[in-house]
Write a protein that binds this ligand. Structure first.
Ligand SMILES: Nc1nc2c(ncn2[C@@H]2O[C@H](COP(=O)(O)OP(=O)(O)OP(=O)(O)O)[C@@H](O)[C@H]2O)c(=O)[nH]1
Ligand SMILES: [Mg+2]
Length: 379
């Protein structure tokens, strides 16, 4: 009996277990099958995408390898670094002028206010730069009147210096259809002959015809030096023997120019004779001969050496009194930080600086540019 009961219990348990299993796991429906199908389709699509990506990657890899191979055969040169344009001759010529007043201005610009000491510092800096006593005093007076704040000082000083330089005609005049004569004067060694060569070249470049007159007959070497330049520039030079009358040389040069319809005669003159009085008398005579046809002398150019400083002013006065001057050629500006002499010349003599020499080369002559010049001084 007991065995029958036990078998019944075991059977019942087995049935219960079977029922529990079938109820715990629901049978998959049609929907489940549909979803499964969709998943399979999606999986196929993903697989296709992956295949495409793999193909793309393989193609890229191949391309990279091909490029690398090609590059191995090519000598790789580095791209040149960008090159700044070379500074102009004028900018290079101002290299020493640059900052002549700049450091003083920068230091004063940081002060709270401009007091007596500050004005003295500006005064010293202007005199050191060769602006000259008179022009310095005048500039200071104007500055004190306008009473700039420290950060306005730079612009205020720039304005005052430019006011002095902003007068005068800087053109080198010719006479259309007629011969113009340019007399080039100045004491010995300032750069007359070199400046004549530079002017000759510039005139030629501008399409003018030129003749040089070897008016410095005092030294044989002077005639030779001008002759060398004339040869290099392919410009005709009229000369007489050393010791000849410079007036006669100028006369002949003008006659030649008239006959050949030349635009400009540039006359070299002596910078030194036995005495100073002789020199000035000779220059007056040369000018009289050149100007016998009124208006023929369109320029009397006084050549001054910028490195000589304020002494140049005394020379300039003497020449000014003897022959007058229509303009100054300031040479050797490349060799000095004391370029303020330009301001002193214009202020004291009222003669415009028409050109500046910024080197020994034939091209090293520039038209004077007040804004660039003052800008460089105050940099
Ligand atoms: N650095 C520099 N040197 C210059 C410049 N102009 C002229 N010189 C040099 O100055 C020296 C004298 O120049 P010259 O042209 O012979 O002077 P000059 O006034 O004719 O002299 P004399 O005939 O003796 O009266 C030469 O060595 C020139 O090369 C310039 O602008 N810059
Ligand atoms: Mg000379």
């Amino acid at each position: 009996m007991n065995e029958i009961v036990l078998a019944g219990i075991v059977l019942a348990l087995l049935v219960a277990l079977l029922v529990a299993r079938t109820t715990a796991r629901p049978r998959p429906t049609d929907r489940d099958f549909r979803e499964l199908d969709e998943e399979v389709v999606e999986d196929d699509l993903v697989e296709e995408d992956l295949d495409a990506e793999l193909a793309e990657l393989e193609a890229e890899l191949e391309l990279e390898e091909a490029i690398e191979e090609a590059l191995e055969d090519v000598e790789v040169t580095e791209a040149p670094a960008p090159v700044a344009p070379p500074p102009s001759r004028w900018a290079r010529g101002l290299a020493k002028t640059r900052g002549a007043l700049g450091s003083t201005l920068k230091a004063l610009g940081l002060r709270e206010k401009l007091d007596g000491d500050a004005w003295e510092e500006i005064e010293e800096a202007l005199i050191r730069a060769d602006v000259g006593m008179d022009a310095t005093e005048r500039v200071l007076e104007a500055l004190r009147d306008s009473n700039p704040s420290p950060d306005e000082l730079h612009d205020a000083l720039q304005r005052e210096l430019l006011k002095i330089l902003d007068t005068g005609d800087r053109t080198l005049h010719t006479r259309p259809g007629e011969v113009a004569v340019w007399l080039v004067t100045g004491v010995n060694g300032v750069g007359k002959t070199t400046s004549i060569a530079k002017l000759g070249r510039r005139l030629k470049d501008d399409g003018h015809s030129v003749v040089l007159a070897a008016g410095d007959t005092f030294r044989a070497a002077a005639i030779e030096q001008l002759g060398t330049w004339a040869g290099r520039l392919d410009i005709h030079m009229v000369k007489h023997a050393p010791g000849a009358d410079p007036g006669a040389v100028v006369f002949d040069a003008i006659e030649h120019a008239k006959a050949k319809k030349v635009d400009v005669v540039i006359v070299d003159t002596a910078g030194r004779l036995q005495t100073k009085t002789n020199l000035m008398e000779e220059l007056k005579k040369v000018k009289r001969i050149a100007d016998r046809e009124t208006g023929a002398v369109t320029e009397v150019l006084l050549v001054l050496d910028a490195t000589v400083g304020q002494n140049g002013l005394a020379q300039a006065k003497a020449f000014q009194e003897a022959v007058g001057a229509t303009g100054v050629i300031l040479t050797k500006l490349d060799g000095t930080a004391r370029g303020g002499i330009v301001i002193a010349i214009q202020d004291k003599l009222g003669i415009p600086v028409k050109a500046v020499g910024v080197g020994e080369g034939i091209e090293d002559l520039e038209t004077f540019d007040p804004e660039a010049f003052v800008g460089a001084m105050l940099e």
